[in-house]
Ligand binder design. Structure first.
Ligand code: DO4
Ligand code: MG
Length: 301
């Protein structure tokens, strides 16, 4: 099942189910359920699976606007596809793929070996990535820090979880990162990772029941500047060294995790420095079962 959020100028954010090219609203006014976050919290309260709650509440008639015209750049004067969920917290795992460990050790000469250590260690790298306000949906902008000259894409599988460790669904994600700031000194990691527009999620949320084997998912990425393709890369989630459950277990260690937290699982695609993002570059991250997450780069001051 594919779930979305639609922004409507008259109604605001509204959850919906995408089926056969139409979006069917999923709301429950009496219980204050309008957004996907409301739905996740409601499902947790009534102890039901997300897809079951959706089947109970989904409207019979789709909204009038077609999927093609919803899936375009945000314009507050007409309905558009918004970020699938506004997560209270986003966390991210790092160096879960060999490529990421090798690249970062080569790149950070001052601390050779720290990434290789984490790649093999029992404890994974886990860092706070932000809140809903740092995130952006498909067709919207991703941020380039004004103090970074090498901001890179990190195409990743994002997992939506509840406060009881249950995996609710999956999205494509971009853990946009200022690699030159991380490279200068690993202690600058939070500044390279957390800023306006640092995390893209979408284009839809696919519920966990529909993707029983997430390790089979293929992830690909293209960076375009005008008519030119600057970079292309691909991987599969099966190349990841760790299991998703293992990453979730570490996130919950001595930590209270709210319903609808998003966990990014790390990148297996390493872009080139020649393709360092510039304003108006277009990044497409595709996971065929989920769709294409498309974003434009914009400088944030
Ligand atoms: O340690 C740096 C971050 C690594 C990361 O975000 C990744 O491997 O995806
Ligand atoms: Mg990452």
């Amino acid at each position: 099942m594919k779930l979305v959020q639609i922004y409507d100028p008259k109604r605001g954010i509204q959850a919906g189910k995408l089926e056969d090219g139409h979006v069917f609203p999923v709301i429950y006014e009496q219980k204050g359920v309008r957004s996907l976050l409301d739905l996740v919290q409601y499902a947790a309260a009534v102890k039901m699976d997300l897809h079951e709650v959706v089947e109970e509440l989904v409207a019979k008639e789709p909204i009038a606007t077609s999927w093609e015209s919803l899936n375009t750049a945000p314009d507050s004067n007409r309905p558009y596809l918004a970020i699938p969920i506004h997560p209270p917290e986003v966390w991210a795992c790092g160096v879960t793929y060999k490529k990421s460990a090798e690249f970062r050790d080569e790149d950070t000469q001052t601390s050779k070996g720290i990434y290789d250590y984490v790649y093999f260690a029992r404890r994974p790298e886990l860092f706070f990535k932000g809140r809903a306000g740092h995130c952006t949906g498909s067709n919207d902008f991703i941020g380039l820090r004004c103090d970074s000259k090498f901001t890179a894409v990190e195409p990743e599988l994002a997992v939506l979880i509840d406060s009881q460790k249950k995996v609710l669904g999956y999205m494509a994600a971009n853990d946009v990162s200022a690699w030159d700031i991380e490279r200068e000194n690993p202690l600058y990691l939070p500044q390279s990772k957390i800023y306006r527009g640092c995390c893209a999620l979408g284009p839809v949320l696919v519920t966990a029941d529909a993707l029983p084997d997430p390790y089979r998912l293929k992830v690909s990425c293209t960076i375009r500047r005008g008519a030119s393709i600057l970079f292309q890369g691909e991987t599969t989630v099966g190349m990841m060294k760790r299991r998703i459950e293992e990453l979730i277990d570490f996130l919950f260690l001595a930590n209270t995790v709210p319903d609808a937290t998003v966990l990014l699982t790390g990148t297996g695609i390493i872009q080139t420095e020649e393709a360092a993002l510039q304003e108006n570059d277009v990044v497409e991250i595709t996971i065929p079962e989920i769709g294409t997450l498309r974003n434009m780069a914009r400088r944030v001051g």
